[in-house]
Design a binder for this molecule. Structure first.
Ligand code: ATP
Ligand code: MG
Length: 563
């Protein structure tokens, strides 16, 4: 990782987007793409689930097309036959749709171009621009030269006819993996080692998820990608910085092969986020090792994980837009992603009351058998979300932490003799408690003040604490899952073995929580605020008989920009 990755950045809003500047120049009069419609693509490799880093690329690719009234293709980059699977293809589509982008009928597989690519490789050989090389990978490595010595390539001057014949035999399956390669004739002395006659085809006797066993030679990314882009009429091929050094190769292919378009590659920085790992290889280890429940475990930085956790498409798109695009790799704080979620949920989430660690509160002077109803706003931020009724009676559930028999300094909630406001209902004064055999509090007792309906004090006396509650008579039980970081260190990517810094307490499961009855109507698409506890959503494990909620994010925003 580069030095700059150590900087935790709080993104600057509205920072200029250099990609947009380049494109605006390109499509202007006299520009490279004057008069053309901007056309981008998002090219995931279908070998895993998309993560938040991909969301950035998706927002850049689809978002840039959107900005210029252009088009964006979705292309499965399946030139590498290992570990690719249709399961991933479907998941990738679902995640991109969920983010709110569409590709209409512009869906492609890189493998659709295998025939074309092969023919174009043959043409390169015919032009004397590619040759079959018999160096083993080790020999090629030993012969690559150094900054003062060019690479040595003994097969470089092999006659064209011989290369053509060998390439055909490679394709026919006559040789073992690694026995031969096709190399582009570029520049053995280049200071950029990627250009020292790079391999553009290799032998790989492997089953492909779409082309089956038709091929045993597969094109390398640097050869394949510009061809795929050109075949689809892409104008701007936006990719991450690690491809910057490969751009001359991209341009070489575009220049030396007769293609229907001449796309331009522009690179931008990868997104890194602290407290998590992002490479598919590592995420797969978490899944396969059983350290998480699956790719969509709510602690995973995958889009399906974030979705299950309760992240909204708007929060992720807003996050991506605010981190912006730059040419310098950086790590963004996970807290900023949560900050964007809170902002969105504050507007969207229905306010409800849920008690996660319940203890009984009995109002000894409230009439037995009486129930009253309060009408409360679903979301004070959005009056249009309407109101609902909550019931109140003599026995309530409150948070265990909202009562202390012996208060500590500054404690303003329930303790014997103290008054608190029960949110939207009444002011109550604590009179004492009962205990279980183990010394834990069993029941808290209080008296309510009938003059304070709605939580107001007619005499203007100050009541400092306000606590939430649910009515014991009609509440519902729920399981609530609280999530913490998967790792105990902020930069698990830096660890030699990231599995050694897994946080054993990243999942906390609370059973028998008490939630207000309106939550029986929860559906997976509805975000909730459990007052004072955070934002929550229904988990897919939930059933009508056993409600399960995930905490999406706590209420408290620990994120401090530019700290
Ligand atoms: P990983 O290393 O996680 O496996 P990848 O780059 O191999 O990722 P691809 O499926 O090839 O995954 O990625 C598709 C696109 O998403 C590429 O254009 C890639 O540059 C981009 N991308 C992947 N990770 C990030 C990231 N962290 N930030 C920005 N873009 C990313
Ligand atoms: Mg990749």
């Amino acid at each position: 990782m580069s030095e700059t990755n150590k900087n935790l950045t709080a993104p600057e809003e509205g920072s200029g987007n250099f990609i947009h500047t380049f494109i605006a120049e390109d499509i202007a009069e006299n520009g490279r793409f004057a008069g053309q419609r901007v056309h981008t693509r998002f090219p995931p490799e279908p070998n895993g689930y998309l993560h938040i880093g991909h969301a950035k690329a998706i927002c850049v690719d689809f978002g840039t097309a959107e900005k210029f009234g252009g088009l964006c293709n979705l292309r499965m980059d399946d030139t590498n036959p290992t570990k690719e699977d249709t399961e991933y293809v479907d998941a990738i589509k679902e995640d991109i749709r969920w983010l709110g982008f569409s590709w209409d009928d512009r869906f492609h597989y890189a493998s659709d171009y295998f025939d074309t690519m092969y023919e174009l490789a043959v043409k390169l050989i015919e032009k004397g621009l590619a040759y079959v090389c018999e160096l083993t990978p080790e020999q090629m490595h030993d012969n690559r030269g150094d900054l003062t010595h060019p690479a040595v390539s003994p097969y470089r001057d092999r006659p064209i006819a011989e290369s053509l014949a060998l390439f055909a035999r490679m394709k026919a399956g006559e040789f073992a993996d690694g026995r031969m390669t096709l190399r582009a004739k570029m520049d053995l002395a280049s200071g950029n080692f990627n250009l020292r006659d790079p391999v553009i085809y290799r032998i790989n006797h492997m089953h492909h998820h779409r082309t089956g066993d038709k091929w045993c030679v597969y094109p390398m990314y640097d050869f394949a990608h510009p061809i795929e882009d050109a075949m689809e009429g892409i104008t701007h091929s936006l990719c991450t910085l690690e491809f910057e050094e490969h751009r001359p190769l991209y341009d070489w292919v575009i220049e030396h092969i007769d293609l229907p378009a001449k796309p331009r590659q522009i690179e931008f920085a990868r997104l890194g986020i602290n407290n998590t790992v992002m490479s598919k290889r590592k995420l797969r280890k978490l899944v396969e090792g059983g350290f998480v429940s699956g790719w969509d475990d709510p602690r995973m930085p995958t889009l399906c994980g974030l979705r299950r956790r309760g992240f909204t498409p708007a929060s992720i798109r807003n996050f991506c837009s605010r981190i912006g695009v730059s040419k310098v790799d950086s790590t963004v704080e996970y807290g900023f992603l949560e900050h964007c979620l809170r902002e969105d949920l504050n507007l969207k989430a229905r306010r409800t009351m849920a008690v996660l660690h319940p203890v009984k509160l009995v109002l000894t002077n409230y009439p037995q058998g009486q129930t009253e109803t309060f009408t409360v706003e679903n979301n004070p931020e959005r009056p249009e979300d309407g109101t609902r009724e909550v019931t109140f009676s003599r026995e309530l559930w409150i948070e265990a932490g909202d009562f202390l028999e012996e208060p500590v300094k500054g404690y303003r909630r329930l303790f014997p003799g103290n008054e608190v406001r029960l949110k939207t209902a009444y002011i109550v004064r604590c009179t004492g408690c009962d205990k279980n055999e183990d010394g834990s509090v069993k029941t808290v007792y209080a008296e309510y003040d009938p003059e304070t309906r709605g939580g107001n004090t007619p005499d203007g006396r100050k009541v400092r604490g306000t606590i939430h509650w649910v009515n014991a008579a009609d509440c519902t039980e729920a399981e609530v899952r609280l999530y913490g970081s998967l790792f105990t260190v902020p930069e698990p990517e830096q660890e030699e073995d990231f599995l050694t810094v897994l946080n054993p307490d990243s999942l906390q499961v609370l059973q028998h929580c008490k939630v207000e009855p309106s939550l029986r109507e929860a559906d997976a698409a509805m975000p909730f605020q459990f007052m004072r506890e955070g934002y929550f959503c229904l988990d897919k494990d939930s059933t009508p008989a056993h409600l399960v909620f995930n905490r999406s994010v706590s209420l408290k925003d620990g994120f401090k920009p530019n700290k």
